[in-house]
Design a binder for this molecule. Structure first.
Ligand SMILES: Cc1cc2nc3c(=O)[nH]c(=O)nc-3n(C[C@H](O)[C@H](O)[C@H](O)COP(=O)(O)OP(=O)(O)OC[C@H]3O[C@@H](n4cnc5c(N)ncnc54)[C@H](O)[C@@H]3O)c2cc1C
Length: 264
């Protein structure tokens, strides 16, 4: 690990000031991705700005037709939340599938989506639910937020403050996990909402994506049979020692049908 200065500001104004005045400052949330990156000397920030002392970034609230989850809310808190279990039970279940207890007790929803690992779970939920990401300067639709592998629409000093997730009529997430890390080899989030059906896939490609053919078929008939003949081309999908692109394409169909069945 290279040397850096550590800061624990108490307000977003102080964070903004540090990011503006330090040479190469970086935000740290749960540190579950950033700290291993530093240990491997893959990053060399001049300063680490810890968001942990900013109370306004933490917590879950019910806005009636949506839940709002603060960026610094940990995966274990999302999993345990009575509001999430009542409003979006599929999200509480998804949070329980992330990593191991240590990761769930340190990792945050804001850190996860800002990092946008291609195998992360939350991007599928945000896109599947048609969520909105709130930042220090604007609101971004989840469909526009995740732009590529480890890439988002965030500007360099922009901070995720919360996520607004509309409550669906029904939703479910199914993932075929890497047995070591529990990251998604393929994960599919299906939601039936007042605006239609959404199907979002993580793990299969470089970035979360929707499957319009499945969404149209499920809008006509919300059954696993309705999508059994829809195949996903393997072109451009991830291929590694865990699964080939062809296998991932197959898994998208399997996980999507399981998710639809789990919505019933
Ligand atoms: C062993 C292991 C297993 C895991 N398994 C899974 C899994 O199964 N599924 C899954 O989805 N994830 C998994 N993860 C990742 C985990 O969910 C982390 O929560 C996630 O990688 C990053 O969240 P963090 O809060 O730790 O962010 P950090 O590591 O602190 O930060 C990550 C990046 O996001 C930036 N950042 C953090 N917060 C904000 C913010 N509010 N605004 C803007 N930028 C910000 C940081 O500057 C940094 O670049 C795993 C991690 C580990 C170590």
């Amino acid at each position: 690990m290279y040397e850096f200065d550590y800061h624990r500001p108490a307000s977003l104004d102080e964070v903004a000031n540090l990011l503006a005045t330090r040479a190469d400052a970086k935000i740290v949330a749960g540190g579950m991705t950033l700290v291993p990156t530093l240990k491997l000397r893959l990053a060399k920030p001049s300063d680490l700005v810890d968001l942990a002392a900013i109370a306004s970034l933490r917590g879950i609230s019910d806005e009636g037709d949506a839940l709002v989850i603060g960026a610094m809310t940990r995966h274990a808190e999302v999993n345990r939340s009575a509001l999430v279990k009542a409003g979006i039970p599929a999200l509480a279940a998804l949070a329980a599938m992330i990593g191991d207890p240590a990761v769930r007790n340190r990792g945050t929803i804001g850190g996860s989506i800002a990092n946008n690992d291609p195998a992360a779970d939350y991007p599928a939920a945000l896109v599947g639910l048609g969520a909105t990401v709130r930042t220090t300067s604007r609101e971004i639709a989840a469909d526009d937020f995740f732009t590529g592998m480890f890439e988002t629409a965030l500007a360099p000093t922009e901070i995720v403050t919360s996520v607004r997730l509309p409550k669906p009529q029904a939703a479910a997430y199914q993932k075929f996990k890497n047995p070591a890390s529990r990251y998604a080899i393929v994960g599919v989030f299906v939601a039936r909402t007042s605006g239609g059906v959404r199907v979002a896939v993580t793990g299969a490609g470089p970035c979360v994506f929707r499957v319009p053919a499945m969404e149209a078929a499920l809008a006509a008939s919300f059954t696993p049979e309705a999508i059994k003949d829809i195949t996903i081309p393997d072109t451009g999908l991830n291929s590694d020692i865990h699964a080939s692109a062809e296998y991932r394409a197959h898994l998208v169909g399997v996980m999507a049908r399981r998710a639809v069945a789990a919505c019933a």
